[in-house]
Design a protein around this ligand. Structure first.
Ligand code: NAD
Ligand code: TYD
Length: 327
């Protein structure tokens, strides 16, 4: 297949390209925002720099393509709380632009990469694909709007489209605004470790390679008009995640600092992947203990990757987000 993979200069999309790049002909469309980096992609990848909300660039990138996998997104909840505009543009206008072009050009298959956060927070039990959509943050609300546009294009125009909803990913090449890489790099530098609120929030951790095999399973075997959850095998309170990273980095718990909670903070995410398992035979392979060890080791071994990030735009973001609340 010739695949158009959007947003693949980011964390998860670049892992996906590594997984399928030998077997399929891949073209990447990426705006190269702060989170998108050429060096995330394998050497020689065909990369078009442009935005998914730009109809001309999208049509050019989609020529001769059999399937589209849309990873392109603004992916950080805290940034969406500061300013939702880019989130709405990419997740809603951008998704609509991709769907229109896919329909006009007769692309055979479309896959939308989405998140468990569209279901909102759950105290006990797990969300299934029939749970109501109830997002809390501008990030998740705009992702949910993108998902609904995909469903609308299936119902209205009969486009062969599916949605995958992943739980919290972690692994190599994740931008250090997210909890696990942020805590890992801070612990390695003996910097304070910011924990929001009481740190008892729960996330369902999914190793990025497992998400990518789930995505490819749904792309190749999933049913049109359906959504599939891809959940991690383990859940963990944030404070426990932080303590495990401290252990792996040889850090010190006195670095932990409890800071003001995120507004509208979802308490717990939990996703049932039963449908994907029962219907398409996918199962997560990597448990949190193993995946976290591999991830921390990757950050230890790849200073070339994170050193330029920590001294660039990220520094400014970090000061704005944490400067006042941390020592
Ligand atoms: P990321 O921030 O690392 O990468 C996003 C990529 O999209 C970047 O390369 C960026 O340059 C590109 N991009 C942003 N706006 C664009 C636009 N308008 N046009 C073209 N490219 C654009 O994000 P990620 O963590 O790799 O997430 C990828 C996808 O997976 C997103 O759709 C996200 O919602 C979803 N997801 C993420 C997680 C997670 O834990 N990170 C979990 C479930 C689902
Ligand atoms: P994050 O990695 O931003 O992912 P998401 O908001 O999509 O779940 O955050 C994961 C959890 O960690 C979430 O409950 C917020 C919390 N968190 C902190 O406690 N401190 C931090 O500095 C960050 C970035 C997140």
């Amino acid at each position: 297949m010739r695949l158009l993979v959007t947003g693949a200069a980011g964390f998860i999309g670049s892992t996906y390209v590594r997984l399928v790049g030998d077997e399929h002909d891949v073209v990447v469309l990426d705006k190269l925002t702060y989170a998108g980096r050429r060096e995330n992609l394998p050497e020689g990848t065909n990369l078009i720099e442009g935005a998914i909300e730009d109809p001309a660039v999208v049509r050019e990138a989609m020529q001769g393509v059999d399937a589209v996998v849309n990873f392109a997104a603004e992916s950080h909840v805290d940034r969406s709380i500061d300013d939702q505009e880019a989130f709405a543009r990419t997740h809603v206008v951008g998704t609509g632009t991709l769907l229109d072009a896919a329909r006009e050009l007769g692309v055979e298959r479309y896959l939308q990469v989405s998140t468990d956060e569209v279901y909102g927070s759950i105290e006990s039990g797990s969300f299934t694909e029939t749970s109501p959509i109830d997002p809390s943050s501008p990030y998740s609300a705009t992702k949910a709007a993108g998902d609904l546009l995909v469903s609308a294009h299936f119902h209205t125009y009969g486009i062969d489209a599916s949605i995958v909803r992943g739980s919290n990913n972690y692994g190599p090449r994740q931008y250090p605004e997210k909890l696990i890489p942020l805590i890992t790099l801070n612990a390695l530098h003996r910097d304070p470790l910011p924990v929001y609120g009481d740190g008892r929030q729960v996330r369902n951790w999914l190793f990025v390679e497992d998400f990518c095999t789930g995505i490819h399973t749904v792309l190749t075997k999933g049913k049109a008009g359906e959504a599939y959850n891809v959940g991690g095998p383990d859940e963990c309170e944030n404070i426990e995640v932080v303590k495990r990273v401290i252990e792996l980095t040889g850090g010190d718990e006195s670095l932990i600092e409890y800071v003001t909670d995120r507004p509208g903070h979802d308490r717990r995410y939990s996703l049932s992947s039963e449908k994907l398992k029962a219907e398409l035979g996918w199962e997560a392979q990597v448990h949190f203990a193993e995946g976290l060890e591999r991830t921390v080791q990757w950050y230890r071994d790849n200073e070339w990757w994170w050193a330029p990030i920590r001294s660039g735009e990220y520094r400014e973001y970090y000061e704005k987000q944490y400067g006042k609340s941390l020592r």
